[in-house]
Ligand binder design. Structure first.
Ligand SMILES: Cc1ncc(COP(=O)(O)O)c(C=O)c1O
Length: 433
C-alpha cells in the first residue's frame, strides 16, 4: 500500500518551525522532500515516523549509523556506561582503549585526539599542520566537504553565478578564500603547480580520499600516492578527511583500501555508530604538538558515553566478514538500480564503493564533479518522494548508505521499490533523456 501523505510529520514540522529556526536541526535536512519527516523510533535497518510508517533506512543519520539502529552490543555499551556518570572532565580508561583501537586499525596512525564533530576535527588538523610547517595557507579539492566552519566551507558548490571557487554561506568573510588554494580532484599536475610554488605557502592538503560529498568518485589510479609524493617533496602535511570513508570502505578506511598513508586522518560518523565523536589521528610528531603550544580544547572531548559507543562500534566492525558483506550488498544495490534505470529508459548512472552508492540522473557516468553538478536534482527529488511512498528513506542529492543490518533481502526490497518509484516518477512527467 502506498503512503499518500504524512499528516503527523507535517503537523510536527509546522509546530517545530515556531520554536526551532527553520524547523530542523541542520539546514541540510530542510531540503528533504516533500518536507522533513519526523521519526519516533528505529530498529535495525528500519525507521518509523510519527504517522506510523516504517521505512528501510538508507539515510542512516547521514552516515553514522553503520551498525543499523539499536545494535545490541552498542546499545548495551552505552546504556551501562550512562549509569556511571555523564562526563568527568578528567581521564578515564575508555579514552585510551578507544584510541588503541584506532591506532591498531589504521596503518601509520600513532596517536589520536578526540573531538566531537568532523567540522571541529578538520579545524584541529589544520592547526596542527600550520604549527608544524609554519605556513599559513592550505589546499582543498573542489567539491570536497570538510564541515561547515568558515575556514572550510568554500569551493564546495557552485554559487549563484555558477562558480565553485566561492564561499558556501552568507556570513562568511571573503578573506576565507585567501587562505585556500582550490584544486581539482584527481589532477596531480594542478596539485603540483600549487605545492611546488613556494608563494602558495601551503601547510596542508585536505582531501576526501574517495569523494563522497559530490557524487561517489574514486581517486584515479595512483592519485593518492602521487599526492603523498608531492607532500613529501614539499614538506606539506597530507590530510585524509575520512569522515565518510573511515571504518566504512575497510576497517582501516581508505588508508587501508588504497595503501597510502597520510600524515593525519580525520574520522567521525561511522566511528561511533551514531554517537557524536570525531578524531584526529596520525603521526605522533604532529599530534604531540598539543603538548608544546597547539591548543586542542573542548568540554565534551573524550566523553565516556560516546567513547563506550566507539569501542563497541569498532568491536562490532572488527568481526569477520563485515567488509566483504558491505561490498556484496553495495554491489547488489548498485546493480539492481542500474537495471531499473536501464529498463526505465531515463539517462542515469550509479557509482558504488563498499556500502556507499551514488545515483545520478541526466548526465554522464557520474565520474566527474561537473557531471555531478549537472545532475537532474529536480527529477531526483521527485523520485525520493515516490520512494518514501513505497517505504524507502533516501537522502536528497543521490547518496545511499548501507549498514551491517541491511540483509540481501532488504536490499532486494529496496531495489524493487526503486524500480517502481522510478517508473512512477517517469510516469509523472518526462525524465532526463
Ligand atoms: C568528509 C566530511 N568531512 C567533514 C564533515 C563534517 O562533519 P560534521 O558534520 O560531523 O561536522 C562531513 C559531514 O558530512 C563530511 O562528510
Amino acid at each position: 500500500m502506498l503512503i499518500e501523505s504524512w499528516p503527523a510529520s507535517e503537523a510536527a514540522w509546522a509546530r517545530a518551525k515556531k520554536s526551532l529556526a527553520g524547523g530542523v536541526s541542520t539546514g541540510m535536512r530542510a531540503s528533504m522532500k516533500p518536507h522533513p519527516l519526523f521519526f519516533s523510533s528505529a530498529s535495525g535497518p528500519r525507521m518509523t515516523d510519527l504517522d506510523g510508517n516504517t521505512y528501510l533506512d538508507h539515510v542512516l543519520g547521514w552516515g553514522p549509523v553503520i551498525l543499523g539502529h539499536g545494535h545490541p552490543g552498542l546499545t548495551e555499551a552505552v546504556a551501562s556506561r550512562i549509569s556511571l556518570g555523564a562526563t568527568y572532565g578528567a581521564g578515564h580508561a575508555l579514552e585510551y582503549e578507544a584510541a588503541e583501537r584506532v591506532v591498531a586499525a589504521i596503518p601509520g596512525v600513532e596517536r589520536v585526539l578526540w573531538s566531537n564533530t568532523g567540522s571541529e576535527a578538520n579545524q584541529v588538523a589544520l592547526r596542527l599542520a600550520r604549527a608544524a610547517t609554519g605556513r599559513k595557507r592550505f589546499a582543498k579539492m573542489l567539491g570536497h566537504y570538510h564541515g561547515w566552519s568558515d575556514t572550510f566551507l568554500l569551493g564546495y558548490r557552485p554559487d549563484s553565478a555558477g562558480s565553485v571557487e566561492s564561499l558556501g554561506s552568507a556570513g562568511q568573510l571573503d578573506s576565507a578564500l585567501s587562505d585556500v588554494s582550490l584544486v581539482p580532484f584527481g589532477d596531480l599536475d594542478a596539485a603540483a603547480a600549487v605545492l611546488k610554488n613556494q608563494e602558495s605557502d601551503i601547510a596542508a592538503v585536505f582531501v576526501e580520499p574517495v569523494l563522497c560529498n559530490s557524487g561517489v568518485i574514486a581517486p584515479p589510479e595512483g592519485y593518492l600516492a602521487g599526492l603523498r609524493e608531492l607532500c613529501d617533496a614539499t614538506d606539506t602535511v597530507l590530510v585524509f578527511d575520512e569522515v565518510i570513508t573511515g571504518f566504512r570502505l575497510a576497517y582501516g578506511g581508505a588508508v587501508e583500501r588504497y595503501g597510502v598513508q597520510p600524515d593525519l586522518v580525520v574520522l567521525a560518523k561511522a566511528i561511533a555508530g551514531g554517537y557524536p565523536v570525531s578524531a584526529i589521528a596520525g603521526r605522533a610528531s604532529l599530534l604531540e604538538q598539543v603538548t608544546s603550544g597547539v591548543v586542542h580544547a573542548g568540554t565534551y572531548n573524550g566523553n565516556p558515553v560516546v567513547l563506550a559507543a566507539t569501542v563497541a562500534t569498532l568491536e562490532a566492525l572488527g568481526a569477520d566478514g563485515i567488509y566483504p558483506a558491505f561490498e556484496a550488498r553495495g554491489q547488489e544495490l548498485a546493480t539492481g538500480m542500474r537495471s531499473a534505470i536501464a529498463a526505465s529508459g531515463v539517462l542515469g548512472a550509479v557509482n558504488q564503493i563498499g556500502p556507499v552508492v551514488q545515483v545520478l540522473f541526466g548526465t554522464g557516468d557520474g565520474s566527474t564533479l561537473d557531471q555531478f553538478f549537472a545532475g537532474d536534482q529536480v527529477f531526483y527529488d521527485r523520485l525520493i518522494v515516490h520512494l518514501l511512498r513505497r517505504g524507502v528513506f533516501a537522502l536528497p542529492g543521490g547518496r545511499w548508505y548501507l549498514s551491517t543490518a541491511h540483509t540481501a533481502d532488504d536490499v532486494a526490497t529496496t531495489v524493487q521499490a526503486f524500480a517502481e518509484a522510478l517508473s512512477a516518477t517517469v510516469g509523472d512527467g518526462p525524465g532526463p533523456a
